[in-house]
Design a protein around this ligand. Structure first.
Ligand SMILES: Nc1ncnc2c1ncn2[C@@H]1O[C@H](COP(=O)(O)OP(=O)(O)OP(=O)(O)O)[C@@H](O)[C@H]1O
Ligand SMILES: [Mg+2]
Length: 344
């Protein structure tokens, strides 16, 4: 588990509350993200997990005002403390195309995606692309930017950086391309890195190397990471806090220990049962949660998980609130959205 501990008196870097992001479509309004609330402390790693379509990427894109059109943030706050104790800035109120948002993107909050080939431009050398990211945010000349690009390529562990700098994306392996993406994201020392399935497209050994690199750079640079993945094993290794999403909502959140040793939501429990355990006799099929994620335009009444839930009861016809598990304990941040754990 990650070693960077957030001290309780430190104010969060990012406080997301009641975030709602929608897509108007011909068939109706898709609520991609509904009432999502969680915090990211300085230097902390927050893992966001959940099955495909539960709103992980749209949450990440909302934080940078990068929701693809016609999607839009409809409600909520994204409070960002750019300078420690100063009055936070509400990113949800900043215009996506403004100069301020451009400055925040890359300089202060950076993002990397699953497939580097879609984010890297095939017609420019990787060196040019890193240098461009540097020039965009800092007042340096082209020569300095190129030197910095070589330094960054070396820093992300790619051998022979002085040669690699002049190569094109297709000349590099998948793992190297993802390292280049990390170099581009980190060249301006952001306070927060949003990593959306950064290693899903890579094979297992390369995956471990790239995650190890992210951890190393985090320890060196002190940035916070929002790590989006459907791999709970990765979360167990890297995260301090975990946010579990289902059908656009946070269904449970807490520390890694809360989520792994005391999971309360039947959905979290189901996800945990489907992790293969190293050293145990391999099973032919891992237990998985029966049924499928509902379509966002046909969500069930009440709790979105209830049709798949083995502990369903009559209360589940109403949507439960996300509630702190032990409200009396001051330090408790473990919260769950489930009638089984809600006081009537
Ligand atoms: N351009 C769009 N138009 C309409 N609906 C969209 C659009 N983009 C995303 N959605 C919907 O928003 C919801 C959340 O999508 P999102 O991409 O955030 O899921 P995810 O958790 O990242 O899934 P995955 O694990 O597959 O990456 C989904 O139901 C999806 O269908
Ligand atoms: Mg996604």
């Amino acid at each position: 588990m990650a070693s960077v501990e957030k001290t309780s008196h430190e104010k969060p870097l990012l406080e997301i509350s009641g975030l709602k992001t929608v897509f108007p479509t011909d068939d109706g309004i898709v609520n991609a993200v509904s009432d999502v609330s969680f915090e990211i402390g300085p230097g902390q790693t927050v893992g966001v997990v959940g099955e495909s379509g539960c709103g992980k990427s749209i949450t990440g894109l909302s934080l940078l005002q990068l929701v693809p059109s016609p999607g839009r943030i409809e409600a909520g706050e994204i409070l960002f403390r750019r300078n420690g104790d100063d009055e936070p800035l509400d990113i949800a109120q900043v215009s996506p195309k403004s100069e301020l948002m451009r400055q925040i993107r890359g300089n202060e909050i950076a993002i990397i995606f699953q497939e580097p080939m879609t984010s890297l431009n095939p017609v420019y050398t990787v060196g040019n692309q890193i240098a461009e990211a540097i020039v965009l945010h800092e007042q340096v000349d082209k020569k300095t930017a190129r030197e910095r690009a070589i330094e960054m390529i070396a820093r992300v562990g790619i051998p022979a950086p002085a040669q690699r700098v002049d190569e094109y994306p297709h000349q590099l392996s998948g793992g190297m391309r993802q390292r280049i993406m990390i170099a581009m994201a980190l060249c301006c020392s952001p306070m927060l890195l949003i990593a959306d399935e950064p290693t899903t497209a890579l094979d297992v050994t390369i995956q471990a190397q790239v995650l190890g690199l992210m951890q190393e750079l985090q320890a060196e640079m002190g940035m916070a990471i929002m790590l989006i993945t459907h791999d709970l094993g990765v979360i167990a290794d890297l995260a301090d806090e975990v946010v579990v999403m289902y059908a656009g909502r946070v269904v449970e959140r807490g520390t890694v220990d809360d989520i792994f040793y005391n999971p309360l939501h039947p959905y979290t429990q189901g996800l945990l049962k489907s992790i293969p355990v190293l050293g145990k006799t391999p099973q032919k099929t891992l237990p998985s949660i029966p049924g499928t994620v509902p379509h966002p335009l046909g969500l069930p009444v009440g709790c979105s998980f209830q049709p798949r839930c083995s502990e369903r009861m009559s209360e589940c016809e109403q949507m439960p609130e996300l509630a702190i598990v032990n409200a009396e304990a001051e330090s408790c941040r473990h919260a769950v959205r489930c009638w089984l754990h809600t006081d009537f």
